[in-house]
Design a protein. Structure first.
Length: 155
C-alpha cells in the first residue's frame, strides 16, 4: 500500500484555509502633504510596506511554500469615494494615486487584497484558489481652504 493514499498532499482548498490565516503585512495608509491639505490641491496616497512575502508551513508533514502578493489596493478616501488600483502608489513627485477634497476632516484607509501561489515539497507552483485582505493603518487629516489677502506693504 502506498502511504500517499493515506496522507495525500494538501489540496488547493486546504492551502487556502492556511493562506487566510497568514500574518500578512498590514500596509499603512500614507498621504501627502503630511498633516493638513489644501482645497484645490490633490492629496497623494501611497503605501510603503512590503507587497510580497513568502511563508514556509508544515501541513500534515508536507513542506508548503506560500508566496503572498498584494494584487489590489482599495483606497477609502474618507469622503465616500473608493479608489481601486493595481499598484501601491508612490510619493511626490512620482505619485500615481490622488484625490481632491472639499474643506473638512477626513480619515483615509487602505484595504489590500492578497493573492498567492504555493508549492508542496518543491513541486510546480499552483495558484491559491482565493484571496484575502488586510486593513491598513488609517490616516486622519484636515483639508483647509486658503485665501489670498492683499495688503498694503506701506501700512
Amino acid at each position: 500500500m502506498d502511504i500517499t493514499d493515506l496522507n495525500p498532499p494538501p489540496s488547493p482548498d486546504e492551502v487556502y484555509r492556511y493562506f487566510r490565516t497568514l500574518p500578512l503585512p498590514v500596509l499603512p495608509t500614507r498621504q501627502q502633504p503630511p498633516g493638513n491639505a489644501l482645497v484645490g490641491l490633490p492629496v497623494v496616497f501611497y503605501t510603503d510596506g512590503p507587497t510580497s512575502q513568502t511563508f514556509t508551513l508544515d501541513i500534515r508533514g508536507f513542506t508548503v511554500d506560500i508566496t503572498a502578493t498584494a494584487t489590489s489596493f482599495t483606497w477609502h478616501t474618507g469622503d465616500g469615494t473608493d479608489l481601486t488600483t493595481a499598484d501601491p502608489g508612490a510619493p511626490y513627485p512620482d505619485h500615481t494615486i490622488t484625490h481632491d477634497y472639499a474643506a473638512g476632516t477626513y480619515t483615509a484607509s487602505l484595504t489590500t487584497t492578497w493573492s498567492g501561489t504555493f508549492r508542496v515539497d518543491g513541486s510546480a507552483e499552483v495558484d491559491v484558489p482565493g484571496t484575502t485582505t488586510t486593513e491598513g493603518t488609517p490616516a486622519t487629516f484636515a483639508v483647509v481652504e486658503a485665501r489670498a489677502v492683499l495688503t498694503d506693504p506701506y501700512d
